[in-house]
Design a protein around this ligand. Structure first.
Ligand SMILES: [Zn+2]
Length: 435
């Protein structure tokens, strides 16, 4: 009898310990996070609610959206035992929301029996701003005349802060820059190689909440035909350039293959590098008046010459000339054609020793094949300042300057920027009317 009593007592003690252990098994509240948990949102913003409970699992969650005195239940969900982790997407589009401040109240409870069976709970409030309206774009420039291969400027105003703004068409996007006046200026290119029907420029703006708007502009696009040119590559040229080109095309034995590698692959890499330069630009224009063509220099190859390369009578390559070639005497002084900041003054593949000057709004000039550089990246240069001397470094047969103009890294026709009346009518007058 005594042993039975003892056993019974032991059983009670054991159950009690087990019950206490069970009661205290999970005393930590579930973790919750909301992404985004602050800032502006719109109807279509994907809001992710993540719940986690490493103890006994999540039991349920409730979500209420609050605007002023209006409380709208959005979600109530129970979970099966042992639910350690849950991701839920909140769909605000089912609610009728007002523009402005908004709170999302979340309360999650776990499966624990702690707190007299109520479990551990976590309640949090997230403050966001509801913005369902796309930015309003007011066009300020009226006429937009583009010539194929050339540039143009679009000016406009916006009614709110934006995350992305510019002009787009096909696969192109040209960023717009906010000016001191608050207006936006956007240099746009009618690319020399685009299909005419693909050139339909539109202003595009996306606000901080993600609302987007596009606006068509009135424009005229003039098509032009570019020249076809033949370039003969001979053994003398290959022999003379080989030591330099070999550094750009390692592990290629045949000299013609070295040439082709540089003319294709290195050319493409350099193009991509110039697109990167285009992002390092001043948001306001740094140029002052028309670009000065290099003094006393004769024109050689022109912008967008379509070149076919031959070797021993056989066609070996096709490329387009992304600049305008000028020559005077050997080792001629080369000047910055307008004021700006030097973003590159080093060797760069097919361009050899070269200088790139940023003039703002994504507009940059390139001075290539030089024999000597007199500036460094980071220098400010004035219109007409000597930046180096001409030469034949890179993919050049003789001493000349390859002059390139780029907008957001896209090569454009330099002739326009040398033309004072074109510059006034199409760019400078539009910019100054906004100040
Ligand atoms: Zn050239």
């Amino acid at each position: 009898m005594k042993t039975l009593k003892k056993l019974f007592f032991l059983l009670i003690v054991v159950s009690l310990v087990a019950a206490v252990a069970f009661y205290f098994r999970d005393t930590t509240a579930p973790l919750l996070s909301l992404t985004p948990g602050s800032g502006p949102i719109t109807k279509s913003t994907k809001i992710l609610l993540s719940l986690e409970d490493s103890g006994m699992g999540i039991k349920n969650v409730q979500v209420v959206v609050v605007q002023g005195s209006e409380r709208s239940p959005l979600l109530k969900r129970d979970f099966p035992p042992d639910t350690k982790q849950v991701d839920l997407e909140l769909d605000l589009s089912v609610l009728k929301l007002q523009e402005g401040d908004l709170q999302i109240e979340i309360s999650a409870i776990d499966q624990s029996i702690y707190h007299l069976g109520e479990g551990n709970s976590n309640q949090q409030v997230f403050s966001l701003t509801y913005d369902s309206k796309a930015p309003i774009i007011s066009l300020l420039s009226r006429h937009h005349n583009f010539t194929k291969g050339g540039s143009g400027l679009v000016m406009f105003a916006l009614n709110e802060e934006v995350e992305t703004v510019g002009v787009k068409f096909a696969n192109y996007f040209f960023p717009a820059y906010e000016q001191d006046s608050g207006d936006y200026a956007c240099l746009v290119v009618y690319p020399y190689d685009i299909k005419d029907s693909d050139f339909v420029p539109r202003v595009f703006a996306r606000d901080l909440a993600g609302n987007e708007r596009q606006l068509g502009i009135y424009y005229r696009a003039k098509n032009v035909k570019f020249r076809q040119r033949t370039i003969n590559i001979n053994d003398k040229f290959l022999e003379q350039k080989l030591p330099e080109l070999e550094d750009l095309a390692p592990n290629i034995a045949n000299s013609l293959d070295v040439f082709l590698y540089v003319n294709r692959e290195v050319r493409q890499q350099n193009r991509e590098q110039i697109v990167e330069f285009g992002k390092e630009t001043s948001s306001t224009p740094l140029w002052d008046g028309a670009f000065m063509r290099q003094p006393r220099a004769a024109s050689l190859a022109q912008f967008a010459d379509y070149r076919t390369y031959y070797y021993k009578g056989k066609q070996i390559d096709k490329q387009v000339h992304w600049g305008h070639d000028l020559a005077s005497v050997a080792r001629a002084e080369i000047v910055a054609e307008n004021s700006g900041d030097v973003v590159w003054a080093e060797y760069l593949g097919i361009y050899g020793l070269c200088v790139v000057v940023d003039h703002g709004l994504g507009l940059q000039t390139l001075y290539a094949h030089m024999s000597q550089l007199d500036v460094e990246a980071g220098d400010q240069v004035q219109r007409g300042q000597v930046v180096g001397r001409s030469g034949a470094t890179g993919m050049a047969g003789g001493d000349h300057l390859h002059f390139g103009v780029f907008v957001a890294g896209i090569p454009v026709q330099p002739l326009e920027w040398w033309d004072a009346s074109w510059l006034n009518n199409n760019i400078d007058n539009k910019l100054s009317s906004s100040f």
